[in-house]
Design a protein. Structure first.
Length: 255
């Protein structure tokens, strides 16, 4: 079973096209979970208009943080909630404003069968707000590569380009209270606990516009002090989770 998660907020302009590109690839038993963060536009109505039983619209608005330091924290909290509602063995993350290519799910399943990985990250094309291609390879322009230290310094992980085995949720949830983006968190934990595979096919159109709240878009605008604090939060959260996991293992062995 496949689960796809979208964290939505005021996405009426693009979310319909994104959902269309996803559901046409889903099987009868798969699911698309849209966790809405209290949209004040017609996002919920657009989602509901599909009338598709595979689409589950859930409400995160009552759990939305009252105040955060960085905009991406809203998205991280919302994805945490969406992931807790998944039932699938293979989990995809999707942004509300992108467009999936028609072979995304098929290609991803092939990679997992062939590579036996914990997480896969694929390439994407960058498009503008009207859908014009502005960069045909995120991997190439970002010099994307594996490596925990490398990705703490310069992150390659985009949640919208991720799919991962359900086993990763046991390590990743709950997500940290510290300001750590969901995609970086999942990517680094997958590198620590298993195999990450970088797939060089472009499987989505990744839309960049003024209202993006991706971690990559935010961090590039940080002050030097914030950049240092941001990376310190990632390191401390990662070490804390790994230490907790090892301590839990030893306690279980004693009992």
């Amino acid at each position: 079973m496949i689960s796809v998660c979208i964290a939505s907020y005021n996405g009426e302009k693009y979310i319909g096209k994104q959902i269309e590109s996803i559901v046409e690839q889903l099987g009868c038993d798969d699911e698309l979970i849209v966790s809405d963060d209290g949209s004040t536009d017609a996002t919920r109505e657009v989602v509901a208009s599909f009338g598709d039983g595979r689409i589950r619209l859930i409400d995160h608005s009552s759990l939305r943080p009252k105040r955060v330091k960085y905009a991406f924290e809203y998205v991280t909290h919302n994805f945490d909630y969406a992931l807790r509602h998944t039932r699938g063995d293979l989990i995809f993350l999707a942004d509300q404003d992108d467009v999936w290519h028609s072979d995304k799910i098929h290609s991803t399943i092939d990679v997992f069968r062939r590579e036996d990985c914990l997480l896969m990250l694929h390439d994407c094309r960058l498009i503008d707000n009207v859908g014009e291609v502005i960069n045909d390879s995120y991997f190439r322009s970002n010099k994307s590569a594996r490596g925990i230290v490398r990705n703490i310094i310069k992150c390659s992980y985009l949640g919208c380009c991720m799919a991962f085995d359900r086993r990763l949720l046991g390590k990743a949830l709950p997500m940290p209270d510290a300001p750590v983006p969901h995609d970086i968190w999942l990517g680094l934990l997958a590198e620590y606990y298993g195999k990450v595979y970088f797939h060089h096919d472009t499987l989505i159109d990744y839309r960049r516009h003024d209202t993006n709240t991706s971690s990559a878009a935010n961090v590039s605008q940080f002050s030097l002090v914030d950049k240092v604090a941001y990376r310190a939060a990632i390191v401390s959260s990662l070490l804390g989770r790994v230490f907790f996991d090892k301590n839990k293992f030893f306690e279980e062995q004693k009992s």
